[in-house]
Write a protein that binds this ligand. Structure first.
Ligand code: RM4
Ligand code: NI
Length: 274
């Protein structure tokens, strides 16, 4: 099996982080490394065979690869990825302890939401720009960005506990909704992701929350919108969009139905609302 060497990817022995874009990643034979890498999938699909276990890749999949893990990519279809290489968790100049931000033994594949993916791409862009000059300041800055990247991925990630029972999976799904309600939610995809039959998802969610899934999702969105209407200066349209409503008229109607007054009334200081 091929061993890949950091020397071929890091710009110099002093560099502690390297960005290796793969637009696209072609089928790539099994290999391991003398460095660690974070694989981030922008879009496209493919199969990642990681330590002999196949995993489907899609937009937002992140994989944390350690030096001795072996992996390969196959059946790829327009798979655009970025590899963020680092020497080892203890191989930085300034960062001391990143272990709390890395996944545990078992869950090396994460799925991050859209916003996190965009933020991660931005950070990687900066990391890339910093990699040319190896002054101490630059290395420190790039390690700072790297840490930021780990935080963004962790906060934007949802780890599917496929080994849990149905009840736990529903709990996971509810937790996922709490964090990702502003995403475009497709119930069938979500049901698949949490390995729940769609009908079970419906029935159990209703049992737990007293609402249909869509109503529950709307409620989460509206509560957040109400908070933002009270606490921020953003326009009603901006808030509608930020909370997952594509149309602000529709948002206002829903809002009125839920709280018996419109977003505008709340903004205008409708008695006792502010
Ligand atoms: C390859 C592939 C490997 C990675 C190297 C740097 O194209 O993505 O996983 O280790 O690039
Ligand atoms: Ni690799």
């Amino acid at each position: 099996m091929t061993l890949l060497y950091g020397d071929d990817f890091f710009v110099s022995p002093d560099a502690t982080v390297a960005i290796v874009p793969r637009p696209p990643q072609w089928d790539f034979p099994e290999h391991y490394h003398d460095f660690w890498e974070i694989v981030l999938v922008e879009n496209g699909s493919g199969i990642h065979v990681f330590n002999d276990q196949p995993h489907m890749l899609c937009s937002g999949t992140v994989c944390f690869v350690r030096a001795d893990d072996h992996h390969l990519f196959e059946s790829v279809d327009r798979l655009n990825m970025i590899n963020v290489l680092y020497r080892a968790p203890n191989g930085f100049r300034f960062l001391q302890n990143i272990a709390p931000f890395l996944p545990g033994e078992r869950q090396v594949h994460w799925q991050v939401n859209h916003a996190a993916l965009q933020q991660a791409k931005q950070l990687i862009h900066t990391l890339d720009a910093l990699s040319g000059d190896l002054s101490s300041e630059n290395i420190a800055a790039s390690e700072g960005q790297f840490l930021q990247l780990l935080i963004v991925l962790r906060q934007g990630c949802f780890q599917a506990h496929s080994d849990g029972n149905r009840e736990q999976r529903l709990q996971d799904l509810l937790r996922w909704l709490q964090h990702n309600f502003s995403d475009n939610v497709d119930w069938l995809t979500l049901a698949d992701q949490f390995q729940l039959p769609l009908r079970t998802l419906h029935r159990q969610l209703k049992q737990q929350t007293g609402m249909t899934p869509q109503r529950y999702l709307n409620r989460l969105r509206l509560l957040e919108a109400r908070k933002q209407l009270k606490q921020s200066d953003k326009t009603i349209t901006e808030i509608a969009h930020a909370c997952g409503f594509s149309d602000s008229n529709h948002f206002s109607t829903q809002f009125r139905r839920e709280f018996s007054h419109s977003p505008k009334m709340l903004r205008q200081g409708y008695p006792d609302l502010l």
